[in-house]
Every structure is written in structure tokens, then in C-alpha cells.
Write a protein that binds this ligand. Structure first.
Ligand code: SDX
Length: 436
């Protein structure tokens, strides 16, 4: 496996002084080289400034690679298109976590290890009763996953490889159970236990939709669609929630706390909450004839209205996941016999108009993974409030894989960014009697 290689250097000179620094230029397997600035303060007495870390590499990683200009997404080197077409989510979990596609025996063992961790400690059920029934399921998921540390403290030595692996299996396997129970809790329906005879995606759908009163057969169409959605959302380099998991992990916090932090960060509408926001946006637009007025509102900076499901920090061309999702949309709706889906028709029209409008073209705003995912999920009968929960179920393997890579990277230190201070200069305290 490749590692960082020296590819020359970058010389930085301070104007008006004779001071300069030679920064190593480092290259990885693919992608943009980086200037190693770790000696910059020592050599020049300055820091770098990059709000939102748009131009800053926080770590070296071997897990996922994105080429934003070419619309390329690789999981451990395998193109997302091939994995979506030929793999399944549990196999992708093995790939992301362990670095390679397993052989038949390895896959069978991994599948079994996941399957036999899907039940949760019976006492964990009581946590749900502390929430209001109308609580957003992301609030419940975040709370209950964080509480896992109170139940699975028998294997929390993050410096022990076997204990890291057990925690990983517990999270991959139990997060869908907790997610489904958050939904059932909101409905006031009984929790459905996991079933070992079902695939990961089918088991999740069964826990979401089954009721004790009658048998629930999982539709193969829905099982395949859910498995695809999980694959497409599994990992995505150092996005906001993954960076949150890494920052929490860099302090030595337990994996359950780190993943709960990732869930919290994912919830934001600028990130994983966008799929829910897309459906709300389409509902607010209401009809295709209102699209031009909506586009004008988006272009008016004072409106602060965003075209949800569009734009991306890295993709400045199409998001390959959105392309696959759009194709899946068409086939899932067709297989479900949905011949007329106004939301999809409006989304396609919105995309057509946006992609021809100079405002979006100039800013390289294209549909991202969240633009079409909500339409499939809605067609599958999943309520909007559960869209980001499903994103979190999928991303748990990405977060866990990145967390493991961080813990196993001997060069990693606690994350502690610097700042540039523009507050008040040093001043002396004035007692309240003297203020006026
Ligand atoms: C995800 O990072 C990841 O990998 C995330 C993710 C993953 O798998 O983990 O891919 C998942 O979070 C996808 C993104 C989902 N979010 C949305 O769809 C929300 C809408 N998108 C925007 O909020 C925005 O595009 C971001 C947050 C996704 C990206 O923001 P950036 O990189 O900070 O871009 P920017 O705000 O600097 O935008 C550049 C310009 C600005 O205009 P100007 O100031 O130059 O005039 O484009 C405009 C922005 O106002 N712009 C938009 C827009 N997104 C950016 N204008 C209207 N609608 C939008 N959606």
C-alpha cells in the first residue's frame, strides 16, 4: 500500500524580511499534493488561516478518495459505480473497515459477526421512554448511541485491537436496531427485534415496518434499494461529521461517544440533514410552475434560501452518487408501480432549470447525494424525519473505519486548531462602581 512520498518542497518567504521556510511537498497515491506546514511556526513564526478547512488536509487516509472535478468516488480504490452494481452493504463494510474485499469464508464470517451483534442490551430499551413521542428520531438516535458506552464498557480499551473490533461490530450491527426502534417509538408501536435469517438491509426494513400482529415480508425491490442507499452513503473522506468523529477520537474518547458526536454533526441541514430539507423544499415549491420564482429567491442573497441537495465542497462537477441515485429512483418507482411521482417530476425540472442557469453553472452547483435520495426513501414509505437517520445508519461504517484508522495511526495527535484573535487588547478590570 502506498504512503506519503516527498515530491519537492514549497518555499514561503515573509515579505520585508529575509526569513523563508522550505516546506516539504508531499504526494499520496492519487489527488492533490500537500505542503507539510508542521514546521511553519517554528521557521517563520506564523500559522495558516483556513476557516472551514476548505484547503487543508487534516490527516492521511487510505479509506476513500474523491476527485471532485472528475466526479470520482473510490472506496479503498474501488469505484462506487462498481460497488453499487456488484457488491452489497455488508461486503462494503468489510472493505471500508479492513481495506480489502474478503474471500468467501472471510465474508461469511464478517456477515455472521455483524448479524450476531444486532440485538441490544434489554435495559437500553428504557432510554427510549425518556423521550417525547414526537422527538425527532435523530435526537433519539444520538442519545441512545451515546448511552451505549454505559452498557458496553466491557470492551472500551481503544488501544486493544480486538476491543476496537468488537466496538466496531457492535456499532455497525446495533445502530440499525436503535434507528428502527426510534421510529417505532415515535409511532407508539412495539419494538421489533432483529432477525438473523434476514440480510442487513432486509432486517432493517423488517424492524422499521413489521408489527407483531402479522407477518411482514420484505419486498426484494425495497431490500435492494435500501442496500444501495446504504452503500452510497457509507463513507466520504473528511466530511463534517467524519471530521467530528476524528476530533472526538483524537482525545481518546470511547467509540460510542465519537459516533454519537458524528450523528449530531450529520443532523445539520448543510450536511446529512439536507435529504430531509430537499423534500421540505419541494413541498414548499408545490408545483413546477413555481420553480422560476423559487430560483429567483435562491439567487437573492438576502433571502438566505439555498437550493437544498445542490452544491458540494468537493464535487465541482456531478456527484457520482447522485447519478446512481437518480437511476435507482427511476427503477424503484417503476418496480413499485409508481407511474406518476410529482416530487420526482419537480426535482427533475428543478435540476434541468438549475443546470442551465448561469448562477449555478458559475458556482459549479450540481445535485449532490441528498437531492434524489429523499424521493426514493419517500417512495419506500420512509417518513421524512427518518431520512437523516438512514444516512447515519449507513455512515456508521465510514465513521468507525475512519476512527479505527485514526487510533491506529501513530503520527496522529489530539486535534487542536489554532485561531487568529481579533478581540479586545489586554485591559484592566474595572469594578462595577467605576463603570458608567
Ligand atoms: C453532504 O462534505 C461531504 O462530503 C458531505 C456529504 C457526505 O457524503 O458526507 O457529501 C454529504 O453533506 C452533501 C451536501 C448536502 N447539503 C446540501 O445540499 C445543502 C445545500 N448545499 C449548501 O449548503 C452548500 O453547497 C454546501 C454546504 C454543501 C457546500 O458549501 P461550501 O462548500 O461552503 O460552498 P459555499 O457556501 O462557499 O458556496 C459557494 C457559492 C456561494 O455563493 P457566493 O458567496 O460565491 O455568491 O455557492 C453558493 C454560496 O452561496 N451556494 C449555493 C448553494 N450551495 C452553495 N447557493 C444556492 N444553493 C446552494 N445549495
Amino acid at each position: 500500500m502506498a504512503s506519503l512520498t516527498r515530491a519537492g518542497s514549497v518555499t514561503v518567504t515573509l515579505d520585508g524580511s529575509n526569513k523563508s521556510a522550505s516546506l516539504p511537498l508531499l504526494e499520496g497515491t492519487l489527488g492533490t499534493p500537500v505542503a507539510d506546514i508542521r514546521k511553519l511556526y517554528n521557521d517563520l513564526g506564523i500559522f495558516t488561516f483556513d476557516p472551514g478547512y476548505g484547503e487543508t488536509a487534516s490527516c492521511e487516509s487510505k479509506i476513500t478518495y474523491i476527485d471532485g472535478d472528475a466526479g470520482v468516488l473510490l472506496y479503498r480504490g474501488y469505484p462506487i459505480e462498481q460497488l453499487a452494481e456488484q457488491s452489497d452493504f455488508v461486503e462494503v463494510c468489510h472493505l471500508l473497515m479492513n481495506g480489502d474485499l474478503p474471500d468467501a469464508a472471510g465474508l461469511a464470517k464478517f456477515r455472521k459477526d455483524v448479524t450476531y451483534h444486532t440485538m441490544v442490551h434489554e435495559q437500553l430499551r428504557r432510554f427510549f421512554d425518556g423521550f417525547r413521542r414526537d422527538a425527532h428520531p435523530m435526537a433519539v438516535l444520538c442519545g441512545v448511541v451515546g448511552a451505549m458506552a454505559a452498557f458496553y464498557h466491557d470492551n472500551l480499551d481503544i488501544n486493544d485491537a480486538r476491543q476496537r473490533e468488537i466496538a466496531a461490530f457492535r456499532l455497525i450491527a446495533k445502530v440499525p436496531t436503535i434507528a428502527a426502534w426510534a421510529y417505532k417509538y415515535s409511532l407508539g408501536q412495539p419494538f421489533i427485534y432483529p432477525r438473523n435469517d434476514l440480510s442487513y438491509a432486509a432486517n432493517f426494513l423488517h424492524m422499521l415496518n413489521a408489527v407483531p400482529a402479522e407477518e411482514y415480508k420484505v419486498s426484494p425491490t425495497l431490500e435492494k434499494a435500501m442496500d444501495l442507499i446504504l452503500i452510497l452513503h457509507a463513507d466520504h473522506e473528511q466530511n463534517a461529521s467524519t471530521s467530528t468523529v476524528r476530533l472526538a477520537g483524537s482525545t481518546g474518547a470511547n467509540p460510542f461517544a465519537c459516533i454519537a458526536a458524528g450523528i449530531a454533526a450529520l443532523w445539520g441541514p448543510a450536511h446529512g440533514g439536507a435529504n430531509e430539507a430537499v423534500l421540505k423544499m419541494l413541498a414548499e415549491i408545490g408545483d413546477a410552475k413555481n420553480i422560476p420564482a423559487f430560483i429567483s429567491e435562491v439567487k437573492d442573497k438576502n433571502s438566505h434560501t439555498k437550493l437544498m441537495g445542490f452544491g458540494h465542497r468537493v464535487y465541482k462537477n456531478f456527484d457520482p452518487r447522485a447519478k446512481i441515485m437518480k437511476q435507482a429512483c427511476d427503477s424503484v418507482l417503476k418496480e413499485l408501480g409508481v407511474t406518476h411521482e410529482p416530487l420526482l417530476e419537480m426535482a427533475v425540472e428543478l435540476e434541468r432549470i438549475a443546470l442551465t442557469d448561469e448562477y449555478f453553472v458559475q458556482r459549479k452547483l450540481y445535485p449532490n447525494v441528498d437531492f434524489y435520495s429523499g424521493i426514493i426513501l419517500k417512495a419506500m414509505g420512509i417518513p421524512t424525519s427518518m431520512f437523516t437517520v438512514i444516512f447515519a445508519v449507513a455512515r456508521t461504517i465510514g465513521w468507525i473505519s475512519q476512527w479505527k484508522e485514526l487510533i491506529e495511526d501513530s503520527s496522529q495527535r489530539i486535534g487542536r486548531p489554532r485561531q487568529i484573535y481579533t478581540g479586545a487588547d489586554k485591559r484592566d478590570y474595572v469594578p462595577v462602581a467605576g463603570r458608567g
